[in-house]
Design a protein around this ligand. Structure first.
Ligand code: SF4
Ligand code: SF4
Length: 103
């Protein structure tokens, strides 16, 4: 008897449903940061917040974004979106980070 692979119905799934198909292992330390906080305080675009599909970057009261690194999909969008090149971006330590459940 053959086993059919299960794939999510991407046409109907919400973003939250799709994110639920990602498995995370917390590396215990953030692989994301800002280089210079003062630059963020002057920044008016907050592109890091706007582009992140996983709501990792969130606006802070003082202008410096909060970073919920545990939910990062490692897509690199924030790294290239910041027009001030103010994002510190590395991969999580080996073995940690995200894994797609459906390959
Ligand atoms: S886009 Fe860059 S400068 Fe602006 S808040 Fe985000 S990291 Fe800071
Ligand atoms: S790499 Fe992608 S998912 Fe991770 S914080 Fe940046 S924009 Fe968000």
């Amino acid at each position: 008897m053959s086993v059919q692979p299960q794939t999510p119905d991407l046409d109907n799934d919400s973003m939250e449903d799709r994110l639920y198909t990602v498995k995370y292992e917390d590396p215990g330390d953030s692989h994301l940061d800002v280089k210079v906080e003062d630059v963020c305080m002057q920044c008016e675009t907050n592109d890091c917040v706007r582009v992140c599909p996983a709501n990792v970057w969130r606006e802070g009261d003082d202008g410096v974004p909060h970073i919920a690194y545990e939910n990062c999909l490692e897509c690199s969008s924030c790294r290239f979106a910041c027009e001030y090149d103010n994002v510190v971006w590395t991969y999580p330590e080996r073995g940690a980070g995200m894994t797609f459940k459906h390959g």
